[in-house]
Design a protein around this ligand. Structure first.
Ligand code: 5GP
Length: 179
């Protein structure tokens, strides 16, 4: 698996430090509020697990699975819900926990979809942001790292379902997805 990585972009230590800062910020901002963390599966699974453990106020967790790129490195722009939330979010404070904002199409769809359910508030926490590739404007509220326009894997992010279990974020060798 490691031989497929061109270089490490963010080390495990860098990720953990930033995630703990975000957790502290979220704990302060939502103190006394009824907060639901909505993890977008599967890419945000590691971020959700670590972020939630750095939040010191009570939270509920829910999960949504949406269609991903499959074995491609570009967004089709078409988003489908594969698994919806377990519980209604009306009148609750909702924080979407996402792995990466690239074109922004996925988050735009999610924001539109979840806003229609009338939450008390709706905000976005994303671990990574690739601003160079944005097609639709998306304002994120909690942002881990801005990264260059490279296809990354690890810490939950995959290529063809592989590499999610790497503890760091790395740039995949282009020959892997150009095969
Ligand atoms: P968007 O709709 O913003 O273009 O794409 C968002 C989704 O595309 C993310 O949730 C993620 O699953 C996937 N994605 C975007 N960029 C990358 C990347 O560099 N690596 C991986 N593994 N997935 C990405």
């Amino acid at each position: 698996m490691l031989e497929d990585i061109d270089r490490v972009l963010l080390t495990e230590e860098q990720i953990q430090k930033r995630v703990s800062e975000l957790g502290a910020e979220i704990s302060r901002d939502y103190a006394g509020k009824d907060l639901v963390l909505v993890c977008i599966l599967k890419g945000a699974l590691c971020f959700m697990a670590d972020l939630s453990r750095n939040i010191t106020i009570p939270v509920d967790m829910d999960f949504m699975a949406i269609s991903s790129y499959g074995a491609s490195t570009k967004s089709s722009g078409e988003v489908r819900i594969l698994q919806d939330l377990d519980a209604p979010i009306a009148n609750r404070h909702v924080l979407i926990v996402e792995d990466i904002v690239d074109s922004g199409l996925t988050l735009k769809y999610l924001v539109d979809n979840l806003s229609a359910r009338r939450p008390a508030s709706l905000k976005i926490a994303t671990l990574l942001d690739k601003p160079a590739r944005r097609l639709v404007p998306i304002a994120t509220d909690y942002n881990g790292f801005q990264i260059p326009d490279e296809f990354v894997v690890g810490y939950g992010l995959d290529y063809a379902e592989k590499y999610r279990n790497l503890p760091f974020i790395g740039i995949l060798k282009p020959e892997i997805y150009k095969k």
